[in-house]
Design a protein around this ligand. Sequence first.
Ligand SMILES: CC(C)(COP(=O)(O)OP(=O)(O)OC[C@H]1O[C@@H](n2cnc3c(N)ncnc32)[C@H](O)[C@@H]1OP(=O)(O)O)[C@@H](O)C(=O)NCCC(=O)NCCS
Length: 314
Amino acid sequence: MGDWQAVCYRGLFSSFLVERPFPEPTMANEVRQIRLLNRIEQSELVSWANKEGWNPGLHDADLFWEIDPDGFLGIEVDYVLAGGGAIIRHNPTFGFMGLFIMRPEYRSRKLGTTLWIARRDRLLSRLDAGATVGLDAVDTMVPFYARGGFVPHARQARFEWVAPSKPRAISSDITPLAQIPFQKLIEYDRDCFPGLRAHYLELWTRQKDAHAIGVTKGDQIVGYSVMRRCVSGWKIGPLFADSFAHAQELLAAHAQRSAGERIFLDAPQNNPAAMELCRSHGMREVFGCVRMYLGVAPKIASHKIFSITNFEIG
Ligand SMILES: CC(C)(COP(=O)(O)OP(=O)(O)OC[C@H]1O[C@@H](n2cnc3c(N)ncnc32)[C@H](O)[C@@H]1OP(=O)(O)O)[C@@H](O)C(=O)NCCC(=O)NCCS
């Protein structure tokens, strides 16, 4: 363990961590290097996510790269890229770790642990002191991340739904997001996400092969959502709304666009209205992740979150 890391363990995270929570990597006669990924390697990482069955959006790799090109770290073993992950700096006080994948043939050798610690520490070094880092953990990985200082916050259930071929009528309050002043969208979004993410929002809501809509009352936004085409079907994320009724209006408009196709939503279980939305439409829970935070959990309007933006970069 390097000096800087040791200081972190003793100081910054001493309230979270027991001493030396992770075992040392196994010794092997091989050359290892941890470094930033280039654009091609980052794209490869997203293609591994597809192989894992995570069903990325068609343009996720491009968008994630544009959002933070310094936000991808990998581990090389004997000059071969063995694994990688995202370390996204959303703003000075919030970062996100995702897309943590090792090639199958390199797993269970503690290489993932080595990479993960390096990613966490590199991300923290890119943020202000006292910043919060989030991640979405598959259930089996929760104890691993907890040993690294992350605390479980809320589980997000992935629901699958086939939109009916004869969808409900669309509310006249539904407006294409492109027609809503962007500044209003930024202001609405910041209640539901830890801090500002103007650049992310701009790219995400204007991406190709997507349906980005808002619900308005007068000149106020009372909800918005983005449905993007994925390798299989569509994913809705985010879906933020002031009420169950507005969330339902957004969902109905998406359903009309994707009638007969598969739609996925990642709904936080700490919002009963989100659970009700999914269950009342007969959606099926197929997967889930636990949102965990290192540092103080951000204050966000949980009751407005019907689907998070994505598991990969937050
Ligand atoms: C998760 C993953 C990156 C870990 O990489 P790795 O090099 O195998 O990790 P390590 O050998 O350092 O082990 C770290 C932890 O990963 C998990 N793990 C290790 N081997 C695993 C395997 N074959 N399958 C699933 N999880 C495994 C264990 O929880 C382990 O913790 P432990 O040491 O306390 O038991 C790798 O298993 C992987 O790519 N899995 C598929 C993608 C995924 O699930 N990513 C995490 C999403 S939250």
